[in-house]
Design a protein. Structure first.
Lengths: 114, 116
C-alpha cells in the first residue's frame, strides 16, 4: 500500500557530528515534501520543504535531498546540537482528486549525546 | 503574533461519551487541518477545512466530524468514544490549502484526549 516511512526509528549522534535522517515514500505522484521537528510536548514545527523539481535545498544547518528515482528523501543536520533532539517527520503532499493533504511518516527520534 | 491555539490541553472521557476539541488558527489563515497522533505513531490526517467547507477527509469513521466557523476557527467532534481514540489531536493552519500549492502547516500544541 501507499506509505511514507522512515528507515531508522531512532538515531543517536554525538554533539557536533552531522545527522542524516532518511525517509522513503511510495507515491511517485507526490510533488511536495516537508520535514517537521516535534519536540516533547509540542506540536510539529516546520523545518524545510522541497518541491519535486528540485534535488536539494539548503536551510540554516539543514539540507534536504530528494531522489525521485528511488523515492527517497533525507534530512541532513550539520553540527548537531542538543537542541536538535526531537522526533523528525517527513511528509508528502498527495493528491486525492483535486485536493491534497500532507501524509506523515512515523518519525525518527534523534538523540544528541553531549 | 499568536500561533495556533488549541483547547482543552487535556481531556479525559469514558467510552461512549463525546469529545469536542477546539482550534483557533493563525490570524489570516483560512485552512485548518486536524491530525491524530496516537502514542508512538505518526500523524494521521483527519480533516481539512477551508473557507468554512470540509475539503478532504482521512480514513476515519463518521463519528469523527468537525466544522469550521466564519472566523475560521474549527471544532473537532468525536462521538461514541472508544479506547483507541486516546491520542494527541493536533490542529494546524495554513494561509491556503495544499491543493496544488506548497504550503507550510503551522501546528498547535495539541489536545490530549484520554478515553477510559
Amino acid at each position: 500500500g501507499e506509505s511514507v516511512g522512515l528507515h531508522l526509528p531512532t538515531l543517536s549522534v554525538q554533539e557536533g557530528d552531522n545527522s542524516i535522517i532518511n525517509c522513503a515514500y511510495s507515491n511517485s505522484a507526490s510533488d511536495y515534501f516537508i520535514w517537521y521537528k516535534q519536540e516533547s510536548g509540542k506540536g510539529p514545527q516546520f523545518i524545510i520543504d522541497i518541491r519535486s523539481n528540485m534535488d536539494k535545498r539548503q536551510g540554516q544547518r539543514v539540507t534536504v535531498l530528494l531522489n525521485k528515482t528511488v523515492k527517497h528523501l533525507s534530512l541532513q543536520i550539520a553540527a548537531t546540537q542538543p537542541g536538535d533532539s526531537a522526533v523528525y517527520f517527513c511528509a508528502e503532499n498527495r493528491y486525492g482528486g483535486s485536493q491534497g493533504n500532507l501524509i506523515f511518516g512515523k518519525g525518527t527520534k534523534l538523540s544528541v549525546k553531549p | 503574533e499568536a500561533g495556533v491555539t488549541q483547547s482543552p490541553t487535556h481531556l479525559i472521557k469514558t467510552r461512549g461519551q463525546q469529545a469536542t476539541l477546539r482550534c483557533s488558527p493563525i490570524s489570516g489563515h483560512t485552512s485548518v487541518y486536524w491530525y491524530q497522533q496516537a502514542l508512538g505513531l505518526g500523524l494521521q490526517f483527519l480533516l481539512w477545512y477551508d473557507e468554512g467547507e470540509e475539503r478532504n477527509r482521512g480514513n476515519f469513521p463518521p463519528r469523527f466530524s468537525g466544522r469550521q466557523f466564519p472566523n475560521y476557527s474549527s471544532e473537532l467532534n468525536v462521538n461514541a468514544l472508544e479506547l483507541e481514540d486516546s491520542a494527541l489531536y493536533l490542529c494546524a493552519s495554513s494561509s491556503r490549502g495544499l491543493a496544488g500549492i506548497t504550503g507550510e502547516l503551522f501546528f498547535g500544541e495539541g489536545s490530549r484526549l484520554t478515553v477510559l
